[in-house]
Design a protein around this ligand. Sequence first.
Ligand SMILES: [Zn+2]
Length: 285
Amino acid sequence: MTDDTFPFRSVIFLLCLISIPLLAVPSQATQEKPGEFEKFASELEGHFERLGWKDLDIEKIDWEYYRKTRGNRPLVFASFGKSSEKVALFLAGVHGDESPAVFILFRLAQFLKKNPELYSNKMIVIAPLVNPDGFLSRPQTRTNSAGVDINRNFPTKNWRQSVKDRYYSGPHANSESETKFQIALMNRFKPSRIVSIHSPLGCYDYDGPSSDLGSLVMWLKKVSRENGLPFRRYQVFPGSLGNYAGVERGIDTLTLELPSSEPLKAPEYFDQFKRMFLDILDLNP
Ligand SMILES: [Zn+2]
């Protein structure tokens, strides 16, 4: 079953509670079990503490999830506001060892929850931790628990198997639940813009239909000057998000590469890029 057909998490939770006394527990493999999210949340909180992150309160957000990783961890997302035209999808933690990106999106979700006036005419969907198995392993890893680089696993036309250690693209295209999760979010919410946050290359990289004269690219150049990060248009790799979403599906796809993967820099980065995240939907293509 795809994400599109599922009701909200709270509804599933309710159904689950109702069905226990009737001994008719729904059979989907993705069915949420009571306490499952709480277990994940407490594992995350313990890790946040180790990273020195204090001001994240993930249980206050209405997270949804329908998919899990090999490590049985939920692939969570939250949505804010309603719009069919202005929809932005934010992704982080695709590479599990790039900690600040994960902080930024958990923090952004908290910030949006408190400030609903910021998205009265738009919709913002946040998936703060695409690769929880990599993020929560010790030491943290770039790849998922099967050693796959999720950013080489998208089913692009030119996908090919790369066996290079850190960039292993998987046994076949779209083999990983973390990849399927991101595609399901694109199919369900039909974002006009995607922002994927990584580190530590320190630059912006854009893939998509905007030309150099498009206002989005012009704006990105301006933002890049203000934030002191260069604006680049890298080559697109087989199986990458930029290739799949930007080139093949024609969605404006921005990769923000933070200048470092140092966890303690995360709050500073959030303050630095918050405005940009909120502005990104208010530009014409
Ligand atoms: Zn990365």
